[in-house]
Design a protein around this ligand. Structure first.
Ligand SMILES: Cc1cc2nc3c(=O)[nH]c(=O)nc-3n(C[C@H](O)[C@H](O)[C@H](O)COP(=O)(O)OP(=O)(O)OC[C@H]3O[C@@H](n4cnc5c(N)ncnc54)[C@H](O)[C@@H]3O)c2cc1C
Length: 454
């Protein structure tokens, strides 16, 4: 790639293979991903993105955008593409009077959340602090407030992006509504997003945390009690049950290291006095190893799951459950619990329903999650052998849950190469392909779980 040619109109930086910092440039947050693009470009503005897209089109290259690389496990090597890393595009604007937050494509949730929180407002971020706003939102966005407010993508007011023709567009319900629909849940295949504008929630405080028990003989009783408790919860509560096995690392609290654990977590979008009563049933299941429930500003939510905030290798996979009768719960425990010898770091069940289960007027391509629960398994492949064992275990859990699973799984939790037909329902996929044909007929721009025309 001719670096000077793109640099003519490009204020950012381009790194090409062979340069000293090439390995650093091509690395993703997910260290298991081996990306080998034609070049890596760091745009500093939407104009830079236009220059890079035009350069790629004129030179027979593709374009792949990345905020952090949390979702890189589902992508290929990116050969023949310019990898556009948006990490320098960091502007944050909060319009407190109108409850709107506008974030440029390189903003992480841990940057956007305190900024909104200063005004008593909340974003719809997920369980990890350093996930990027764009990948999370274009893939849906299932966070601790999801049963109350729905997916993050359905709380978006407008998206700014550069399409394959090099046009900068601001799409919303009244402008390029077809494109606006596709980018909200259909992934990053339709353009390079340069900024997203969200309608924020007025929510200064939440009551949230986890009660953590040892897993072992009582796993079945504790997990089954979770499944009795969760369905009766109001939509203001979002809850998650997990088997967790944390390594011995300085950032992991000592009592939690290298032990099989069960965490029952919840967030109540309301006052502590009511929250305490709502979570009481999961607090009385024995002597906890730790109980972290407390009142916090919503930006505290990204610490509840104690997820890594620095790059690690990862494999993540998922299944959506239309129901969870006792037989399904037993299958989950048998394949993901401590007796299974599972190498997974975490095997979690997230509760759906509430606003997550409703398709609101004007919603995006992922209008809602048509499931009662979502399983998400996560492993850290520190070696190729471990990677194989993790993949086998993820397959085993998904297979065991298959009798209760829906046909489509949740894009953001499918972080390994996955058949696109397993993610989108046929009519949604057809509509997404129509939009792709209209805005990117030559398939210049590719996303993870790419909507290709081939
Ligand atoms: C530890 C961890 C915790 C997680 N927790 C949650 C959670 O609670 N809820 C949830 O819903 N998901 C969660 N996820 C999944 C996460 O939302 C996805 O991996 C998401 O893709 C990450 O977005 P990113 O921008 O950080 O990653 P990236 O890998 O940078 O981006 C992922 C994809 O998004 C698209 N994309 C990114 N930037 C752009 C852009 N500027 N223009 C166009 N397309 C773009 C591309 O297709 C890209 O391949 C978690 C993942 C991890 C690893």
């Amino acid at each position: 790639m001719d670096k000077d040619a793109v640099n003519g109109n490009f204020a950012g930086t381009v790194v090409s293979p062979g340069e000293e910092n090439w390995d650093q440039a091509r690395a993703a947050w997910n260290l298991a991903a081996d990306q080998n693009p034609a070049a890596v470009a760091y745009p500093e503005s939407a104009d830079d993105v236009v220059a890079a897209v035009n350069f790629a089109r004129a030179n027979g290259l593709g374009v792949a955008a990345q905020g952090t690389g949390h979702g890189a496990g589902s992508r290929g090597p990116l050969d023949g593409s310019i990898l556009l890393k948006t990490e320098r595009m960091k502007a944050i604007e909060i319009d407190a009077d109108n409850g709107v937050g506008r974030y440029e494509a390189g903003v992480l949730w841990m940057e956007a959340n305190p900024a909104a929180g200063e005004h008593g407002l909340a974003n719809f971020s997920g369980s990890a602090p350093d996930v990027g706003i764009v990948g999370y939102t274009t893939g849906g966005g299932f966070g601790w407030l999801a049963r109350r407010y729905g997916l993050a993508c359905n709380n978006v007011r407008a998206i700014e992006l550069v399409t394959a023709d090099g046009e900068q567009r601001r799409v919303d319900a009244d402008h390029n509504a077809d494109l606006f629909w596709a980018v909200r849940g259909g992934g990053g295949s339709f353009g390079v997003v340069t900024a997203i504008e969200f309608d924020l929630a007025e929510l200064p405080e939440v009551f949230a945390g986890s009660v953590i028990y040892p897993a072992g003989e009582r796993s079945r009783e504790i997990i089954s009690r979770y499944f009795e408790w969760a369905p009766a919860l109001p939509d203001d509560v979002t809850s998650i049950a997990r088997f967790l096995q944390l390594p011995s690392l300085p950032q992991v609290p000592e009592p939690l290291r290298e032990k099989p654990l069960i965490t029952l977590g919840a967030c109540y979008a309301g006052p502590e006095s009511e929250g305490v009563e709502l979570i009481q049933p999961i607090r009385e299941l024995g002597e906890p190893v730790m109980d972290t429930f407390q009142t916090m500003p919503p930006f505290g939510l990204s610490a509840v799951h104690m997820e890594p905030d620095e790059p690690v290798p990862g494999v993540v996979y998922t299944a959506s459950l239309r129901e969870a009768p006792q037989e399904a719960i037993d299958s989950f425990i048998e394949t993901a619990g401590p007796e299974s010898g599972s190498p997974l770091l975490a095997a979690e069940i997230r509760q759906c329903g509430g606003a997550l289960g409703e398709s609101r007027e004007g919603a995006g391509a992922l209008s809602h999650l048509d499931a009662e629960y979502v399983f998400c398994g996560i492993g850290l492949p520190m070696s190729p052998e471990m990677g194989e064992a993790i993949n086998r275990q993820l397959d085993a859990v998904c297979e065991a849950l298959e009798p209760w699973s829906t046909e489509s799984c949740y894009l953001n939790f499918a972080d390994r190469p996955t058949d696109i037909e397993a993610i989108f329902a046929p009519e949604t996929l057809e509509r997404l392909r129509d939009v792709k044909r209209r805005y990117d007929p030559d398939g210049l721009i590719s996303g993870n779980h790419n909507i290709s025309l081939a």
